[in-house]
Design a protein around this ligand. Structure first.
Ligand code: F6P
Length: 329
């Protein structure tokens, strides 16, 4: 694995893009590991936007006390479109140099990793990415921090909806987050015994949905739950609801779970993986790695080149869909 020979005396950590539960656990791990190694550590507030504003503060051991269990991120976050511009990245590199910050750890998704990669390529700043997004959609890693908590939150919500759906003998469309990926939808579908899952990358198969609902009703089911992956923008479940009502004469309710899935205390799994990734990120920088991601593969954390983690992940949906079909019989 290619390594840099420069010694890291200081590093900064930022969170970027949509927050995800477990980001705080990762920040805590980065800060404590760095201090343990004698490396000065800075927090950049509000992601790349905060970097450009010089919103940077030195952190100490107690800066990250009592945060392992907290959702959101104590560093705040942002989606910074300006960072796509080379001149803006140059300004960011100057700010880091002026603060004598040798390296950067970025906790976020693909967009945030693209920013880190270009900053490294253009200005030779060592960067390590920690995958943090509820969508679990980053190539090169089987897991991203926050996914497990988001799925659990959605499962709890769907269980509640199932109670009322069954009391009234209703069908509910429940829309979950994930943008273009359907990972959350599929796991939530399996874990809630959903009758059907609408994937984000496929046309809605109305015949299948309607046949499923009718078959269930015939065999005495008192409710149906259809999980909808949101796709490019939220609201698809309302379109499906309208079509089912107007073209199939079915009475259905729609519920968009939305940002409730992004908040809340991280599960033990998210705290565990975030703690391991934060530790690995600092150790990696200290050992001279300079453009890598703390990936989680086959149960272990491994350092994967950042270039392998810039794409959306290929989804193998068929096995999970087959399971949902088999169990919703
Ligand atoms: O990428 C995380 C995510 O929560 C997606 O699942 C969702 O589509 C998007 O962010 C929502 O973004 P925002 O909070 O900026 O509306």
């Amino acid at each position: 694995m290619e390594a840099n020979t420069k010694t890291i005396k200081s590093l900064a950590v930022l969170c970027s893009g949509g927050d995800s539960p477990g980001m705080n656990s990762a920040v805590r791990s980065v800060v404590r590991t760095a201090i343990g190694l004698g490396i000065d550590v800075y927090g950049i507030y509000k992601g790349y936007s905060g970097l450009l504003e010089g919103n940077i503060q030195k952190l100490n051991l107690s800066s990250v006390g009592n945060i392992i269990q907290r959702g959101g991120t104590i560093l705040d976050t942002s989606r910074c479109l300006e960072f796509h511009t080379p001149e803006i990245r140059q300004e960011a590199a100057h700010i880091l140099a002026r603060k004598h910050i040798d390296a950067l750890i970025v906790i976020g998704g693909n967009g945030s990793f693209t920013g880190a990669m270009t900053l490294h390529q253009e200005h030779d700043i060592p960067v390590i990415g920690i995958p943090g997004t509820i969508d679990n959609d980053i190539s090169g890693t089987e897991y991203t921090i926050g996914f497990n908590t988001a799925v659990q939150t959605a499962v709890n919500a769907v269980d509640n909806i199932r109670d009322t759906a069954s009391a009234h003998a209703r069908t509910f469309l429940v829309e979950v987050m994930g943008r273009k990926s359907s990972f959350i939808a599929l796991q939530v579908g399996i874990c809630t015994g959903a009758e059907h899952v609408v994937l984000s990358n496929q046309a809605v198969d109305y015949e299948k949905i309607v046949n499923g609902i009718n078959k269930g009703t015939e065999r005495g089911k008192t409710s149906s739950i259809i999980i909808v992956a949101e796709g490019e923008k939220a609201g698809l479940s309302y379109e499906i609801k309208d079509t089912l009502m107007t073209q199939y004469n079915l009475s259905v309710h729609a519920c968009i779970l939305g940002h409730i899935q992004r908040g809340g205390s991280p599960t033990a799994l998210d705290r565990l993986i975030a703690s391991k990734m934060g530790y690995a990120a600092v150790q990696g920088l200290n050992q001279g790695l300079h453009c890598h991601v703390t990936a989680f593969n086959k149960g272990e954390i491994e350092m994967v080149p950042l270039s392998a983690c810039m794409e959306g992940k290929n989804e193998s949906t068929e096995a999970q869909l087959e399971l949902i079909r088999a169990l919703a019989i």
